[in-house]
Design a protein around this ligand. Structure first.
Ligand SMILES: [Zn+2]
Length: 352
């Protein structure tokens, strides 16, 4: 008998709402998540005390660990603690760094991980990857996807707005990444996964044209769901392909050449707009730039404090940050002088 459908791994629970952290105990009472009650909770340095006091009434037997930073060392050390304590599940509560550190630690300890996001700055909430500081740079490590995913909107409302907004840039990058994937499929015969593309693109389409922004629960819910769907699209694809193309190559290059310029999502948004400019896709470019502006996100190199020369250097380096990934940048193979011209045209078109 032929295979009638493919099976996809998916979190057994997903919730986006206010008050999720305070009700963690109820989630963990679900027998599919934990049976014996040996639960570890990992929190970041910033809001650790607050989170600990919130979960104490419903999770009094959980052991709380502090994650010092988003480094491989912190993850390895947490992984060793988790193994030693024979925990059944670990819950990572916090922003991207805490969640990624916990994800990697859980994979080292061989136990499942529950992600409780308090911020919406990138699509790592539900992805099968952990981005960690490693040997002076950032490395991406493959990990199992979280067993359950919660987003607490009370925390998201209190998080720095610029960080929450940046999640929009990371989701918009899906449009450009899928375009790159399609290009590689046509030019290079790279296999493409239509289901992964449809999830990644639908996540981004949901954000385009919305009149509300990060002040509204309705918008934050869509943003959270889009970020989770992006992560799922990577699980379906078995790689970051549907959510990372030339847009993310530019981001990685800016990170390498000019560390500390801006965060993941903001840079991904600028990279996305610039890739659409290179594709000369006026309609999409207008939509993407309009959406970035609507959410007060950077569009031009100047918006992130880079000169045209610096941005040119980043675009030139970009393909080398992800060898083997074919995108609009590898396709056009522009010389440095041509990149400079395009960057200057872009700044002329969108500079304010
Ligand atoms: Zn990203």
């Amino acid at each position: 008998m032929p295979l009638l459908a493919r099976m996809l791994p998916a979190p057994i629970q997903m919730e986006v709402r206010r008050g999720a952290v305070a009700e963690l105990g109820a989630l963990l009472a679900d027998s599919r998540v934990a049976t014996s009650g040996r639960v570890a909770v990992a929190v970041g340095p910033g809001q650790g005390d607050h989170i600990e006091s919130l979960i104490a009434p419903t999770l009094d037997e959980a052991q709380v660990f502090r994650v010092s930073d988003g480094s491989v060392e912190a993850a390895v050390s947490l992984g060793a603690d988790l193994r030693k304590g024979a925990y059944e599940v670990v819950v990572g509560v916090g922003g991207g760094k805490t969640i990624d550190t916990t994800k990697y630690a859980a994979s080292l300890a061989g136990i499942p991980m529950v992600a409780v996001a308090t911020n919406l700055s990138h699509d790592g909430i539900c992805s099968p990857t952990a981005s960690l500081l490693y040997e002076g740079g950032k490395g991406t490590f493959g990990v199992p996807m979280p067993l359950a995913v919660l987003v607490d909107l009370d925390f998201v409302h209190k998080a720095p707005q610029s960080l929450v907004r940046s999640g929009v840039g990371d989701v918009l990058a899906n449009l450009s990444a899928c375009e790159d994937w399609q290009l590689s499929h046509v030019e290079r015969g790279e296999p493409i996964d239509g289901l992964a593309c449809s999830m990644a693109r639908t996540a981004a389409e949901a954000l385009l044209g919305r009149a509300d922004s990060v002040e509204s629960d309705a918008f934050l819910t869509v943003l959270a769901e889009s970020l989770i769907l992006s992560g799922m699209s990577m699980v379906v694809a078995g790689s970051s392909r549907p959510a990372s193309g030339g847009d993310h190559e530019i981001m990685h290059a800016v990170d390498q050449l000019f560390p500390g310029t801006s965060n993941h999502g903001e840079l991904a948004g600028v990279g996305t707009a610039f890739c659409y400019f290179l594709r000369e896709d006026e309609a999409r470019l207008k939509q993407v730039v309009g959406c970035l502006r609507q959410h007060q996100l950077p569009v031009t190199p100047g918006d992130i404090g880079l000169s045209s020369e610096q941005f040119t250097a980043a675009v030139s380096l970009a393909p080398a940050t992800r060898p083997g990934r074919y995108t609009i940048l590898e396709h056009l193979r522009l010389q440095d002088s041509e990149i400079r011209d395009r960057v200057e045209d872009y700044v002329r078109a969108f500079g304010r």
